[in-house]
Design a protein around this ligand. Structure first.
Ligand SMILES: *Cc1c(COP(=O)(O)O)cnc(C)c1O
Length: 448
């Protein structure tokens, strides 16, 4: 069933298509999409259960039309945002001086923090400098994107080859007169380990520069794990020297997509994030973050998600997530060919192998319907655990055991698809050509 088959090229239909027909088409269109609901996807979707999602959808649709571009026109949205920011700051060790903004996601939170550090530095300096940010190799590409957009320089430092945490000696050596901030992750996406935040923030303080903690993944899980008695390294505003934090509500906050917070220890730094323009005939313009028009839906849903779950709800989800993670990690470690990289601090981890081709293993798991992410340098497979996957962990491990045996049985078996692509890319020494390839790949993705 494809409405476009009848037409030569895609154009606006002359006559509107009936709603029931469109709904049927939309449902049908999903048949090749990843089965996140059935627990097959270890990433991308964070799911707090059908009942929770139905409630979020109800809240979201209440604010479907409202536009957070103007907090004056919609004081309710302003209230939700300030309360979400305040609750998040409190969870993350902040006092009442901590301020922040609700953004559309982790990337926007990170872009905004990096812009704030840049503009703070530029306000202090008479010459135009290119501010430098020191970030471990494992930091999210959003920091690279920020540098690309805002004319910053990212200085990458290696991570320890066993713990995968930022190498502190390398961080100290990377400091220059134009360094404006040090970045640490809590935890980093690839290996799920928390960087040594207290030490990074200490180095930042000694040098009177900022320290941004990227808690996009951990911001709404680590505080609850700590309450449950898990050993959680220090990572938030309770660490002196931490000056800003990003934390995603649309990940382990179990809010609707389109919600993250960026928090600052001091208002002065946050104000460097804001943008104002006074000359427009359309009126005086001021905007806190990147977007202009902004749906009220994600904002109301983020507020409702925090309030409906409460501490007890988050604790219960954290318990299930960590129990499932433990089961999965134990099951993987019990397979002699596989090992987990580093000592993951949370519910995100990678596993690799010295003996078998893990990309080929990833393919065989795909054939069984499971989607794992592929990591590089070193090659490994990646998982990120959701509470509903408690019910799927055993089936996953059974399939993983089978797939490992299958790869073992035919060691010459080459990886296909994404696995083959990663294998091929690893052999190209020239990063420029790899970037070219990614660009072509991306461009092809959006062909009709
Ligand atoms: C997801 C993530 C981001 C980026 O967030 P988006 O919501 O995808 O824009 C940044 N840092 C870490 C560690 C993440 O896991």
């Amino acid at each position: 069933m494809d409405i476009h088959v009848k037409r030569q090229k895609i154009t606006l239909p002359i006559k509107g298509i009936p709603k029931d027909e469109l709904l049927a088409l939309l449902k049908d269109a999903r048949k090749n999409d990843a089965d996140w609901h059935g627990g097959k996807l270890w990433g991308l979707v964070y799911f707090g259960g059908d009942e929770h999602n139905d409630f979020l959808k109800q809240v979201y649709s209440l604010y479907f039309s409202e536009n957070a571009l103007s907090p004056m026109a919609f004081p309710s949205l302003r209230k939700f945002e300030t309360e979400v920011v305040a609750m998040s700051a409190d969870l993350l060790g902040g006092d009442r001086k901590v301020v922040g903004t609700l953004t559309s996601g982790g990337t926007e939170s990170i872009l905004m923090a990096m812009k704030a550090y840049r503009d703070q530095a530029r306000a202090k300096s008479l010459e135009k400098i290119t501010p430098e940010i020191i970030a471990p190799m494992t930091a999210h590409p959003a920091f690279e994107k920020a540098a690309h957009y805002f004319d910053l320089k990212i200085v990458h430092v290696p991570v320890d080859s066993e713990s995968f945490r930022a190498d502190l000696t390398a961080v100290r050596e990377a400091i220059s007169p134009t360094t404006v901030a040090i970045v640490g992750s809590a935890p980093c996406f690839p290996y799920g380990v928390v960087d040594p935040i207290a030490e990074l923030a200490g180095i930042a303080e000694e040098n009177q520069i900022g320290c941004h903690v990227d808690a996009c993944l951990g911001g709404f899980l680590l505080p609850f794990m700590r309450k449950l008695g898990h050993p959680v390294p220090e990572f938030d505003f309770s660490v002196p020297g931490v000056t800003s934090i990003s934390a995603d509500l649309h990940k382990y906050g179990f809010a609707a997509k389109g919600a993250s917070v960026v928090l600052y220890r001091m208002k002065k730094l946050r104000n460097h994030q804001f943008y104002t323009y006074s000359e427009w005939p359309g009126g005086l313009y001021g905007s806190p973050s990147i977007l202009g028009t902004k749906s009220g839906g994600p904002i109301a849903a983020a507020w409702a998600a925090m309030n409906v779950q409460g501490e007890e709800g988050y604790l219960e989800r954290a318990r299930v997530i960590m129990e499932t993670t433990r089961k999965l990690m134990q099951g993987i470690q019990a397979i002699p060919e596989l090992h987990i990289l580093g000592k993951p601090d949370m519910s995100v981890f990678a596993f690799g192998s010295e003996e078998i081709n893990v990309y080929a293993l990833g393919n065989l798991m795909e054939r069984r319907g499971w989607h794992l992410s592929y990591l590089q340098n070193p090659a490994c497979l990646h998982m990120l655990v959701n509470p509903h996957q408690e019910a799927f962990a055993e089936a996953f491990l059974q399939h993983l055991n089978e797939a490992v045996k299958e790869v073992r049985a035919s060691p010459s078996q080459a990886a296909e698809g994404m696995g083959a692509m990663y294998g091929m890319m690893a052999k190209i020494p020239n990063k420029e050509s790899v970037n070219e390839f990614i660009l072509r790949f991306l461009s092809d993705q959006y062909k009709l």
